[in-house]
Design a protein around this ligand. Sequence first.
Ligand SMILES: [Zn+2]
Length: 493
Amino acid sequence: MNRHSRLPSTVGVSARAALLTTALVVAAAPCQDAARRPDRGPPRIHSVCDISQEFTFYMDGRFHTQYLQGVARDARNWGSLQRLDLSNVNLLVLTGGDPHIPYTDAAIAHLDEYVRGGGALLLMADGSDPMPPGTVVAEYFGARLTTTRATRPLRGGPRDGAEPLGDGDITLRRGNVLAIADGWQALVMDAADRPLLASRRVGTGTVLIGSRGLFGERPDAKDPINATWVTPLLVEAATRKEIDPRRHHESTWVEHERQLGPLTLEFQDGTAPFAERIAGEYTAVRPHLVAITGVEPAPGMIKRLLILPTGGGGFSSGERIAIGAFWGDYPEHRYPMVELIGHEAGHSWVLPYPEPLWNEPIATWLGIQVGRRLGMPEAQQTLDRQIRLGRRHDPDYTKVDPLADDAPRDLVWGKSFFVFEELERRFAQDPAEPTAMQRYFRTKRALLAPGRGRYSMDDCVGVWSRAVGTDLFPWFRSLAFDVDASRTDLRPD
Ligand SMILES: [Zn+2]
């Protein structure tokens, strides 16, 4: 499975980080925590991390890893918030949300009922200009997000049975203070005594609102900041509501499906206004991918297109591609969306044998080719820019082995693009005949038998050699690739 994002810290269309993880598999895995703590019984906390107002890879499981592992069983909410079954949930985690997706009145009424019934609600958000959608959640419960930056030193309020937190106990990446009404309790304050994290009892439940900067953000979950005091705080608030630990709460999937020919379009209320248009882009992109590769997607692939509430990227499991509805400021700008859809769908052309080394670059290259065929000038610019960036590390592309562990990312991407372009140029023939890339895809499909265990770079160069009828091992070695025909059963003819 491939996942691509430029949230929160990467930049540029070609800078998507690819993490080999399994969102949908994790979402479906039952009882992970119960299995880990056989002597203590099932967890007393059922948490839900919401990704319906804004999808991020972080909220898709990493928040649980950082703050709730071992104490809570987690599920994700992909569907509309107001439809979420919260009857057996005692901790709901929300973010400020994507600017395109409002928190609806119905969702807020649902949150109110949940909290009054004892549930704990954590909203992680900072004020900004314009305000994020989550501001209406804060205001409903009597707090306000502001755009005023917090200043150090920070300190905590009184704690039962523990010393108050000092500045050294509190990590803050960056954050804006809250304005709170009577009835709220400040839990973390800045140098001017303005709250950064506060709680309020509502009915028999608890609302917690805190700056997003007090919590982790990395998709690899390697920044569990403040976990030593955040986890006990969440446990205390959540366990005010009894849940039935024997009755599993499951992740909630998007609630709408529409059949578009062989494709199932998946969306929820918030993404509904954008779904058809993005499906239309996929419909426009698909025949170009067939033309570029000379083959249909691998059997069983691209059955589903999920619309994600984010501008941050997408992912692919082969069978399902997920596309951020607002990527690259779509629909204001069209090329980044065409490239993203070409990329994510492109993965379904290479499976079940992902490309070694350039699995991500070849997917983006396919997206670029679609853009070229649609006459979009950004496509050539994207290609040229990446090849130029790679040459900073290897000016004539003959010195640095892209397979080396320390090969720079720009070198790997630039050299990959250079190789594809060179192969297309060197083996260009009569326009009526297949292109080099078409011959490669067709040869790969024909040569790789089902059940094959691996597809190495040696195998890949072997397939390329057979596709174009030339032993390409010497050429790849001249480009500093460590490849060897003796290490593959797919030797040149
Ligand atoms: Zn990818």
